[in-house]
Design a protein around this ligand. Structure first.
Ligand code: HDE
Length: 690
């Protein structure tokens, strides 16, 4: 194996790729076909006849094109890349070579997803995002099947069908699609207080990522690292995005769902196509075995985090995605993740949610992919050698030679031979207990960490959470369900419960049975993300005939140099005429797009251009809406007049930057800082008509 492991997977995939260039159309049997547009008929106007094997094969194949979508996480997008550890320092804790061999690039395939919606649902709905990584290591495949939130709705795998039935569209009319804002979900939530912590995350802006490239990933459960001596260390896996954690706002997500339902999918695809490869850092929270009971929660409880202030992240390596798949179905749809795919050096714990998952993933692939040979599908194949006595079944692709398909055997020389010590060895843990259907007492606190999350939020993050609860519960018809949720929230924080109750018109609750413990974990807030890059940020320039082309040219050049993606928008496609008669190409016509698809907006100068834009409702609305959503706004020269019309007040401290000339360094730097800050959520937006 060379150090360029990505090539190892790539080379393997190459054998499965089919290139149709310079080829003749054939049937699946390889028979050339002259005419695939007319079926074989008895006379020009006669019936189609059975002899037409091309017709029958083509239509039969078409009739069978669909496979069941995933029961959850049906909508997703994937990409290839690699993982590279920083150094070998983890070698004392784990045997997993891909984590401990400096410079070793392990190929990966990552699939991001929403959870509740169908395959064709919109990307920007309020939901958890899946973040599943398949590492094709030399020791076999390791799947880290995580989410963008560090906790889960339930504590025991046996509750998963109940939870999913509650959040999915209701069974009588299959409404609503890809939404948690309905009675059955909230009924489950109010009756099952263990959901409370996760519901705080789901009502926060974490459920509305700006991009898959700008969200965290978490393994959620506590896993175990195991070293050469068989000693274990508890571990939580974290992915931290290089571009920072950034979210959309609720109003924006709803509009994007209509204007570009593929918003997150397109973003991932385009950034890889343009060479701006998404990147994450893998960080581990490590807890020595002897500290298993050192916390005021149970490490085996997947509704709890280990606060980063208590156990800081240890940076371990980086993940880079640098290649889009060739075929969505073959790769992204057929990729099969399974929590049980672990390599030597990584093991499970007794987390009952994790244990439930160990059963479900293999089981679901059997129905989804039609039998037990799905690991042979190219995207699923390990780069490590596969040799065993598994045989036959649907779609067997391997031609296993030899007489003996059992162990032990003497007829085939005893091959394949057990690895004898170098294979996977399960962590030895003494387990003693009564067979019992009972939740551990150590799982009983369902509110403490929900309160921790609430306490850790900034003012605007809290406002967004309250607004989300009001929206979701406002859609619930059953009053007792609304009241039940408010009762639970009262145990999280009394003020939160009162604010929600007032918003949905139920009786505000009395004093809770517990008071807010006052603790917080600053790492949970998105209010202090580093604002040091505008890479891949989309910036719109509003233009019309008479625009000052030098403003556009000069600013676009500078912003593009810093990695931003600049586009000109006008009433119509084609080009507009600059103030000196020069041509300014138009990237997109305003009616085909919207401010919600951009991160920032600039109004260049040019009297005639600004006057035309002022008469165009689309342009004025664009500006007001971008402002309302807290985005950076820049205006140059006469461009400032359009701001007045859109009720946007210049305020450099809140990301509205106005200047006389485009090439002043002060303007450029202030605007770049504003774009890098992502959003100014503390603007006064009530008077803005958007
Ligand atoms: Fe999953 N989950 N899950 N899940 N999950 C599936 O497997 C399941 C859970 C996650 O991009 C299914 O192949 C059970 C937690 C992701 O292909 C299914 C339980 C976390 C994906 C399944 C959980 C996840 C899935 C559906 C509770 C975060 C998409 C299709 C015991 C740590 C993977 C499939 C992809 C998919 C079962 C809970 C993440 C049915 C029973 C917790 C990212 O097997």
């Amino acid at each position: 194996m060379t150090s360029d492991d990505r090539t190892a997977k790539d080379r393997q995939l190459e054998a499965a790729r089919v290139d149709k260039r310079d080829s003749v159309l054939t049937t699946d049997q390889g028979i050339p076909v002259d005419d695939t547009d007319n079926s074989l008929k008895a006379g020009e106007r006669g019936p189609t006849i059975m002899d037409d094997f091309n017709f029958r094969e083509k239509v039969t194949h078409f009739d069978h094109e669909r496979i069941p979508e995933r029961v959850v996480h049906a909508r997703g997008s994937g990409a290839y890349g690699y993982f590279e550890p920083y150094d070998g320092s983890l070698a004392t804790l784990t045997k997993a070579k891909f984590l401990t061999t400096p410079g070793l690039r392990t190929p990966v395939f990552v699939r991001f997803s929403t959870v509740a919606g169908s395959r064709g649902s919109a990307d920007t709905v309020r939901d958890v995002r899946g973040f599943a990584t398949k590492f094709y290591t030399e020791q076999g495949n390791f799947d880290l099947v995580g989410n963008n939130m560090p906790v889960f709705f339930i504590q025991d795998g046996v509750k998963f069908p109940d939870f999913v039935h509650a959040v999915k569209p209701e069974p009588d009319n299959e409404i609503p699609q890809a939404s948690s804002a309905h009675d059955t979900l909230w009924d489950f939530v109010q009756l099952q207080p263990e959901t409370t912590h996760m519901m705080m995350w789901l009502m926060s802006d974490r459920a509305l990522p700006r991009s898959f490239r700008m969200m965290q990933g978490f393994g959620v459960h506590t896993f175990r690292l195991v070293n050469e001596d068989g000693a274990g260390t508890f571990v939580k896996f974290h992915w931290t995005p290089k571009l920072g954690k950034r979210s959309l706002v609720w109003d924006e997500t709803q509009k994007i769902a209509g204007k570009d339902p593929d918003f997150n999918r397109r973003d991932l695809w385009e950034s890889i196509e343009m060479g701006a490869f998404p990147e994450w850092e893998l960080g581990l929270q490590l807890v020595p075995e002897e500290d298993e009971f050192a916390f005021d929660f149970d490490l085996l409880d997947a509704t709890k985090i280990i606060p980063e202030e208590r156990v800081p992240l240890r940076p371990v390596g980086r993940l880079v995605l640098n290649r889009n798949p060739d075929n969505f179905f073959a790769e992204t749809e057929q990729v099969a993740f399974h929590l049980a795919n672990v390599v030597p050096g990584i093991d499970f714990t007794n987390d009952p949610l994790l244990q439930g998952r160990l059963f479900s993933y293999l089981d679901t692939q059997l129905i989804r992919l039609g039998g037990p040979n799905f690991p042979q599908i190219p995207v699923n194949r390990p780069i490590a050698e596969v040799r065993n006595n598994q045989r036959d079944a649907y779609h067997q692709m391997r031609i296993d030679k030899g007489k003996a398909s059992y162990h032990p055997n003497s007829l085939d020389g005893g091959w394949p031979e057990p690895a004898d010590g170098s294979g996977y060895q399960h962590y030895q843990e003494r387990v003693d207990g009564w067979k019992i259907k009972k939740r551990s007492e150590s799982f009983a606190d369902h509110y403490g960490q929900a309160t921790l999350f609430w306490n850790s939020m900034s003012d605007w993050e809290r406002e967004h959470i309250v607004a989300a609860f009001r929206f979701e519960l406002g859609k619930v018809k059953a009053r007792h369900v609304q009241e039940g949720v408010v009762r639970n929230l009262n145990e999280v924080d009394h003020d939160l419960a009162v604010l929600v109750a007032e918003g949905i018109g139920v009786e505000p609750p009395g004093a809770p049975s517990r008071t807010n413990h006052g603790r917080s974990s600053p790492a949970l807030s998105m209010d202090h993300e580093p604002a040091d890059t505008i890479a891949t940020r989309k910036i719109a320039f509003l233009v019309a005939d008479g625009v000052d082309a030098s403003h556009v040219r000069c600013l676009m050049t500078e912003l593009t140099l810093r990695g931003a993606v600049c586009e000109t928008l006008a009433a119509r496609g084609g080009a507009v005429r600059g103030v000196g008669g020069e041509k300014v190409m138009v990237t997109r016509a305003l009616p085909t797009t919207g401010s919600v698809l951009y991160d920032a907006v600039v109004v260049p100068g040019g009297r005639e251009s600004v006057r035309t834009l002022a008469e165009d409702g689309d342009a004025v609305h664009f500006l007001s809406e971008a402002y309302k959503h807290g985005k950076a706004v820049g205006a140059i020269g006469e461009g400032a007049e359009l701001l007045d019309l859109a009720r946007v007040a210049p305020d450099a401290t809140r990301g509205v930057i106005v200047t006389g000339e485009a090439d002043t360094e002060g303007f450029l730097e202030a605007f770049v800082r504003a774009v890098a800050a992502h959003r100014f959520p503390r603007r006064a937006t009530r008077p803005v008509p958007a």
